[in-house]
Unconditional design. Sequence first.
Length: 265
Amino acid sequence: MNFKDKVYIITGSSQGVGKELAKQLCEKGAKVVLNGRNESKLQKVKKEFDLNNHSTLAIPADISSVEDCKELISKTIEEFGRLDGLINNGSITMNEQIEKMDGELFQKIFASNSLGAVLPTLEALPYLKKTKGSVIFLSSLAGVHGLPSASAYSMGKMSLTAFWQSLRAELVKTGIHFGICYLSFTENEKSKRMVTANGDLIPVPERPKFMVQSREKVAKEIMSMISRRKSKKVMSVIGKVTVFTMQHFPRMVNFIIRNVQKNKG
Ligand SMILES: NC(=O)c1ccc[n+]([C@@H]2O[C@H](COP(=O)([O-])OP(=O)(O)OC[C@H]3O[C@@H](n4cnc5c(N)ncnc54)[C@H](OP(=O)(O)O)[C@@H]3O)[C@@H](O)[C@H]2O)c1
């Protein structure tokens, strides 16, 4: 597929997988809308892209706000005149026990992972119909089985499967491509933070190298999903084994997760 002059919005592209995907799309000649809530961080990233003569637009927006999402799409169309793809990547990660959380924090994390993919999609659909473009949802293994200390995150990621299934069926005649990608353990940026109770932000613990997939590899796989219009992808061997086991031996997976938790006390 030729990405040249195609226009993509990547939510949450001021760091991590989103930023790497933006880089790879730009290198193929695409125009990319960068997004995140933190405006200064976003402008810094845009400058990096400008230095490489990449065509980008930075739009600070909270993807869990209807008004912000309307602006995200309208400013994109104003600048580039078309939209070929929306990658729903923005997300707040958490590490907190449910009993320590209040409703407001739960709502914020859930919204960024669930409505944060729904709201930009709703606004983008009319433009994607014209180009028969793509909508990609970035889910997680937490979207396959709910994980402890990640309740709001798991709920948000699992809801993406339902939304993707509904859209794929309902909008089959539009020619829009809807894809969902279940990421496994992926290399994190040093600046990545997880939310705890009281809204504190803490660094993500390092994972053993053999368990993680590089951001480059993940972004490459997403590019291939777009160009081959694939509807579903599970990343990495660990991810594939987990999903297979979950589908065929769900009680075993449930047993293992509960026992790990019991042994933690
Ligand atoms: N890394 C992994 O191991 C892993 C595993 C499974 C799934 N995933 C999924 O893959 C995607 C990328 O992960 P990552 O590790 O690259 O994440 P990350 O480093 O935490 O980056 C998240 C991005 O989302 C933005 N963001 C958060 N809330 C937002 C909001 N409400 N509105 C707009 N932007 C928002 C952040 O910028 P601001 O803070 O400035 O808003 C940041 O740019 C996520 O959907 C994640 O759930 C990752």
